[in-house]
Design a protein around this ligand. Sequence first.
Ligand code: DGY
Length: 349
Amino acid sequence: ESKDVRHKIVLTRDLGPDVMGLLRDREENYLELVLWDKEEPCNRDWILKNAPGASALIVLITDKIDTEILDAAGPKLLVVSTMSVGYEHLPMKELAKRGIKVGYTPDVLTDAVADITIMLALMAGRNARETMNIVNEGKWPEYNWAPFLFCGRQLSTSASSRKRTAGFIGFGRIAQATLSRLIPFGFTDCIYTSSPSSKPTPTRDAQLAQTLGLRSVRRVNLGTLAEESDAVFVLAPGGEATLNLVDEQFLRKMKKTAVLVNTSRGTLVDSDALAKALREQWIWGAGLDVVKGEPGISADHPLVKEQRCAILPHIGSATYETRVEMGTLAVQNALAAIFEKPMPAAFDL
Ligand code: DGY
């Protein structure tokens, strides 16, 4: 680290004392920190005003970074580091073209998101939203225990069904961590879809099946995934290529007893089609941590009206443990790029 070079880092949110300490420690000698310190998404004009001369931008998924911002930053910009695993808010092609590095935060949030994915699968199958509302509204006294009252669909295998198939749209780190959590529930088979440009991996799939004690792990087409899954997990990156992958056609093919869980990006699911699928009972239920157009989802949104739809406000990675790790990694990525060290998590552009 050369002492005579001071690098400007523009940070679009205060990341808390643990993480900010990593930057403050170096501030005196090497860094000039420019911080948006409000508890609301960073204002675009503020970024444009402060970006000039920056070596690093450390950003969140709420910051839409585009060529105008890169131009404003100018030639000193070495890295854009996002505190997220998702990157659809970054202009990846443009960053690659300009030789600007990209840092992101894979791995550290995998467990937190996989945990909540299972929670949503259970909530969707077991009518959690509808039944909790009854209690919260003081209506429990109206409902005596009865043999089939509030019955939902079981996630785990049962005496009547020894076969359970998990279907994954996207089969990366979070999908595989979710799959391993489904093993104790007795899941027997796994099917998945991947981006058309990725190569088939039959050997990896066979090994994974063997390691997890599954009958099979198979890559299939979207139609087969819809037809054969007892639970569909949407866990692929957002962006144009995956827009509305779960549409009316897909939902009509799903089992009536199956649940749909989306813990990746709202853009992958056609909200109107899903609301219709729930209303007309083409599928059993849905668990969503993300919805297209979030956070602008009001009480009259078609999905919010559906009792079989459990919706959380994008909290998949929201544990203190994970968010500190994400912030730390985002800062480490930026510092490594600035000081010409290997970045712990560089996105391969
Ligand atoms: C991400 O990291 O992309 C998540 O959506 C935020 O938890």
